[in-house]
Design a protein around this ligand. Structure first.
Ligand SMILES: [Zn+2]
Length: 541
């Protein structure tokens, strides 16, 4: 309350500033809002059954309840913050960010007078130190599903989510049960009922098992307190979020078919046979979905285009995980970000080869290709992961990228897939620019840069005098083969020193490329997407 009151006073005083100052502020906020491209979340509703059409609005209603719960977790009384903001662009930006901190700029405050974001968000008392927490004799204090609060005597106590939000969660559970009553698939019916129970008592394991057991559902919902990123103090507390999902049955069938080629593709990998003795795992549960609603944590900050759950390690050990690729969310990033990037950096006569179908296929084959190659070194150094230590992830991601493209080549050759290999190659190169646009610090970024520099050395593409890039299709295949060979060999040998050298020399953005990436900033290409979403957007109300 006190924080909100201080803010209100400040905002009023802000209005007394000179007009010039205000317009500058507005411009900046408007620019920040405009850097986020709006995309409508839809799906082909003609493919839905009558029951599914009735279920989706119920699932969306349940999902929507995660918004105010997350708002409380991350900030507190968000409504009073919104009410205190007069400038429409600032208000909109605060709504997008679920608070006064810019999520895509390291949580920098964008309302004057607002201090830095508390590391523990609103999960802990703001005046609590780490030491006080660690010394507190408090049962369940590291649990995922409670707030830490201070009583009138100043003593810390835990407040379970399901008690704090009892009323709202009962409404959400009711919506899930209504949807369950309509569900034809027994697996989905069971999951929705168990998930309704779970959000009311914060015991999620049964519903996680039921979620993995469900295989023939057309709809899906991920809902509840799930990820712990928002708790930057300890990483203990889970944030409410939801995704309402429609399974893409066509793509899911195709994926199952492609996965069945893994053994034969493994045998044909361009590497000595000693590096491909393991039987490739198709590691099952990978499917494509359209997401029709993002809520809570999922809707705050950068939008995810893939989900891998559950997080419960006991469930993972017994049943594995499920990977969900969000096709229409990828389409959003493709249309609003990738195509404009290609218009700056790909030579004009090849731009038509940058296609969504190729982008989506490359992404899906990346996932499947993690199953190729080997997990254990061939020289008694143990697992590849252990032998390559901190570089293991970058090399594994690099493997999946390049072998994904290799799979596309092979399946096209076999006539199992349709399309023009030029689309896949060009889209693949444009995808590198998208991935390293904001730096190449993480495993994916390093993998992308190793590949970019390797391809450049092997003349798989060239930079033209006009500052665009041209793919040399005739050189691509050889470059893909030799990079595949290099990565598979390094993994099999568990050659830590050679990998460290590769990462050091090739895993970074060169001066020329950096200049070219800077041109993307000048071209004002959106940094991310925000969604227009809901039952009306889908045409279901
Ligand atoms: Zn990967």
């Amino acid at each position: 309350m006190i924080a909100a009151a201080v803010l209100v006073i400040f905002l009023f005083s802000c209005n007394n500033n000179t007009e010039k100052d205000n317009s500058n502020n507005n411009e900046t906020m408007e620019q920040r809002v405009n850097e986020l491209a709006t995309f409508k979340l839809t799906t082909d509703i003609s493919k839905l059954t009558e029951e599914e059409k009735q279920m989706i609005p119920l699932l969306i209603d349940a999902a929507k309840i995660m918004d105010p719960l997350f708002a409380y977790q991350t900030y507190g009384d968000l409504d009073s913050l919104f009410n205190a903001i007069n400038d429409p662009a600032t208000k909109r930006f605060a709504e997008i960010n679920y608070g006064p901190w810019d999520r895509l700029k390291d949580d920098a405050p964008f309302i004057e007078g607002v201090g830095p974001k508390p590391a523990g968000a609103n999960f802990y008392p703001h005046d609590m130190s780490k030491v006080e927490f660690e010394e507190a004799n408090l049962e369940g204090k590291t649990g995922l599903y409670n707030f830490i609060r201070r009583d009138t005597g100043g003593k810390l106590y835990t407040l379970p989510y399901h008690e704090k939000f009892k009323e709202q969660l009962e409404v959400a559970a009711g919506k899930l049960r209504e949807a369950a009553a309509l569900a034809k698939d027994p697996g989905l019916k069971n999951y929705l009922n168990l998930r309704a129970d779970a959000i009311l008592n914060d015991d999620y394991q049964k519903s996680d098992f039921a979620w993995l057991d469900m295989k023939n559902n057309g709809l899906d919902i991920v809902i509840g307190p799930i990820e712990t990123y928002e708790d930057q103090l300890f990483g203990y507390k889970a944030s409410y979020e939801a995704y309402v999902l429609v399974k893409d049955k066509e793509w899911s069938q195709r994926l199952a078919k492609y996965a069945s080629f893994l053994p034969e593709l493994q045998d044909s990998l361009p590497v000595d046979k000693t590096y491909k003795t393991e039987r490739p795992g198709s590691d099952g549960d990978l499917n494509a979905y359209d997401v029709v609603y993002y809520a809570g944590s999922a809707n705050a900050g950068g939008k995810t285009i893939a989900i891998n759950l559950p997080n419960d390690e006991e469930v993972q050990l017994k049943k594995g995980t499920r990977r969900l690729q969000l096709k229409n969310a990828m389409q959003a990033k493709f249309d609003k970000i990738m195509v404009p990037i290609a218009e700056v950096l790909i030579t004009p006569e090849q731009r038509d080869h940058v296609k969504f179908d190729a982008f989506f296929a490359n992404t899906m084959f990346h996932e499947v290709a993690h199953g190729l190659g080997i997990k254990n070194t061939i020289n008694n150094k143990g697992t590849v992961r252990k032998a390559l230590k901190e570089h293991a992830s970058a090399l594994e991601e690099g493997k999946a990228d390049i072998l994904g493209l290799y799979m596309v080549e092979q399946l096209l050759d076999k006539g199992e897939m349709e399309g023009d290999i030029k689309d896949y190659y060009t889209t693949f190169i444009a995808g590198i620019f998208r991935s390293v646009r904001f730096g190449a610090g993480d495993a994916h970024g390093i993998a992308n840069m190793i590949r970019f520099n390797f391809f450049e050395d092997h003349k798989a593409f060239e930079r033209l005098a006009d500052g665009t890039y041209k793919v040399n299709y005739e050189n691509m295949k050889a470059a893909i083969d030799s990079l595949s060979n290099l990565i598979l060999t390094l993994q099999g040998d568990g050659d830590y020193d050679a990998v460290a050298k590769l990462v050091k020399e090739k895993g970074k953005i060169g001066a020329q490329l950096q200049k070219d990436l800077d041109r993307l900033k000048e071209a004002k290409i959106p940094v991310d997407v925000i969604f227009e979403q809901g039952s009306e957007v889908l045409g279901l109300k």
